[in-house]
Design a binder for this molecule. Structure first.
Ligand code: AKG
Length: 379
């Protein structure tokens, strides 16, 4: 879901073509200036981003702040009665934490260490997962991308709970940060069957979120070390082989773990080792070390009655390489409360992070930017 932060380039291999992608801070004053000199320019050959919502999707999104998009109540109404969009970071935290499941952190740690990934238990109650999934459907129906679910409090309650699980695995307590690249997926079977990209699609090419040295450090020679970067993936509906699931390459099939790869070509691994993480219930906790090879499958025709909806996060230790374009989230920040403006900022940034999968997201990011501008708060 990320890119190699050291090189700021990412190779997406499609068939026999490799595209080199360099990131721009599309929201800043120097939006045309790459963060570092690119070896190759950005490719966004086509923008299929809105096809999932229909060709007049853009029209359904109010164009300016006079329509009220800058108000909490706009989002609140859009999401319906089951979701709140206050400034409450962890909505009803105590009650929720009691209902939520706890992971077995020793087992989880061992799985990450030995296999590079873990398939945990259900840590988010099914009712909450399905309320979030419905929120994402409502956003999509109104023309907004799935990641806008992070305007609501429950998404942050879930994030806080997953954060606890990540801390239990990575250790280091408040030293664990959340990268400002949130992902939400809502697969669209008809686009998937046509092979079209759109915002919220699966990330379908085998990839490592981070380079080996980003995950274990430059001078690491210890193979039994715990990673510093953990990707977390949470399905909000039941997933199976047909509606879009995750695939991972366990360490046994990935002898190098990415050591020696330059990040500009597709990772090499033993295809016989690949594991499908399915079937799994909504709310199941999945995680992998940042350098583990993985990908998400698209939704087939057979899965069209319940296409996959999911969330993804990257938690990392403070000492690991980070996204320098936006500040990571700290636990204290979440505890103190993330206001709507910060939520929108993160959503906008996250869209930019994944354009190499989605296609161009400029129109949506500009809308979100105007909303923040109308709220008069820029960070
Ligand atoms: O959900 C998917 O399709 C891919 C997810 C992924 O690659 C990630 O979270 O890093």
């Amino acid at each position: 879901m990320q890119y190699s932060l050291s090189s700021r380039e990412f190779a997406e291999s499609t068939g026999d073509r490799v595209f080199y992608i360099t990131y721009y801070d599309a929201t800043g004053p120097n939006s045309h200036v790459p963060q570092e000199s690119p070896r190759f320019m950005v490719i966004n050959e086509e923008n299929h981003a809105w096809e999932t919502f229909g060709i007049d999707a853009g029209k359904r999104i109010p164009e300016n702040h006079h329509d009220g998009t800058d108000s909490t109540s706009y989002w609140q109404q859009l999401l319906g009665n089951n979701l709140t969009c206050g400034n409450c970071p962890v909505a009803v935290p105590n009650l929720w934490q009691v209902r939520a499941g706890r992971a077995d952190s020793n087992r989880d740690k061992n799985n990450i260490k030995e296999h590079g990934y873990l398939w945990g238990g259900v840590v988010v109650p099914e009712t909450d997962a399905s309320v979030l999934a419905e929120g994402i459907r409502r956003l999509a129906a109104a023309g907004w991308p799935p990641v806008c679910i992070f305007v609501c409090d429950l998404a942050w309650s879930v994030t806080a709970h997953l954060w606890d699980q990540a801390v239990a695995i990575l250790g280091a307590n408040d030293e664990v940060l959340l990268e400002p690249s949130l992902a939400a997926f809502k697969l669209d079977p008809s686009n998937d069957c046509e092979g079209r990209r759109y915002v919220g699609n699966n990330f379908g090419q085998p990839h490592r979120d981070y380079a080996y040295h980003d995950v274990f450090g430059l001078d690491s020679s210890e193979t039994d070390e715990m990673p510093r970067v953990l990707s977390v993936w949470l399905p909000l509906v039941d997933v199976n082989l047909e509606n879009g699931c995750m695939y991972v390459v366990p360490q046994a099939g990935d002898a190098t773990g990415g050591r020696g790869e330059d990040g500009s070509s597709a990772p090499t691994f033993d295809i016989r080792a690949v594991r499908a993480l399915a079937p799994a219930k909504a709310g199941t906790f999945f995680a992998w070390a940042g350098n583990t090879v993985h990908w998400g499958s698209s939704c087939t025709e057979k899965g069209e009655n319940s296409p996959r909806i999911s969330l993804a996060f990257v938690f990392r230790k403070k000492c690991a390489t980070s996204d320098l374009r936006r500040a990571p989230l700290m636990r204290e920040e979440l505890r103190a409360g993330i206001d709507l403006n910060r939520r929108l900022e993160l959503i906008e940034h996250s869209l930019a992070c994944f354009e190499h999968w989605y296609g161009d997201t400029t129109t949506t990011r500009q809308r979100l930017h105007r909303i923040r501008s109308a709220r008069g708060q820029f960070s």
